[in-house]
Write a protein that binds this ligand. Structure first.
Ligand code: MN
Length: 191
């Protein structure tokens, strides 16, 4: 658990950032959570995070998720984040890793639906194999999504985040925080 967050901690100075340091989290008998944070850093992107084995597995999605199954959204893996990060909203100071403003764009629970043929497999195994599927129950996003790895070279992986075709496809989504109702600009203005 602690080892999984070593890269996260190494990148940050917790005397200078308001981000959580991250403590080990015991496995609980509840549905796993996901969070998508909109992050106005050097380049605007959305951080897509899925709970797995006590941490938030994370991908940076430059264009953000789409509810249109025809859209394939590039998703580049980033370091595992602590569970407490799911409610982080605020501004990361200039000069610090990820400097810029963060809002909680969407959050909720999800159900792992990863499989090989007809056999269901754990999310971790799906991610290891490069093909994971899950059903999101968020405030904005609902329904089936897939993460597919299409490149793995010299430690640099590239994935695609794609909506699956179901009754929730094509839903319109808004841009404000689901936690506080604020926009990125409103959070940035308050410092
Ligand atoms: Mn980010």
């Amino acid at each position: 658990m602690t080892d999984k967050l070593s890269t996260y901690r190494k990148k940050r100075d917790f005397s200078k950032t308001g981000e959580p340091e991250g403590r080990p989290v015991k496995r609980r008998s509840r549905k796993p959570v996901f969070v998508i944070q909109k992050h106005d850093a050097s380049a605007l992107h959305y951080d897509f995070r899925l709970e797995d084995e006590g941490v938030l597995k994370s991908w940076a999605v430059p264009k953000g998720p789409s509810t249109n199954p025809k859209d394939k959204r590039l998703a580049v893996p980033t370091e595992d984040h602590p569970m407490e990060y799911k409610s982080f909203e605020g501004t990361i100071a200039d000069g610090e890793y990820g400097a810029g403003t963060v809002i909680v764009w969407d959050t909720g629970t999800f159900r792992n639906t990863s499989h090989v043929g007809d056999k269901e497999i754990p999310l971790a195994e799906g991610l290891e194999r490069g093909h994971a599927t899950f059903f999101l129950e968020g405030k904005k996003l609902r329904g089936g999504f897939a993460l597919n790895r299409f490149r793995k070279e010299r430690g640099r992986e590239m994935w695609l985040l794609v909506k699956e075709s179901d009754e929730f496809a094509g839903t319109a989504v808004s841009e404000e925080s689901v936690r506080t109702g604020r926009t990125l600009d409103e959070v940035a203005a308050r410092g």
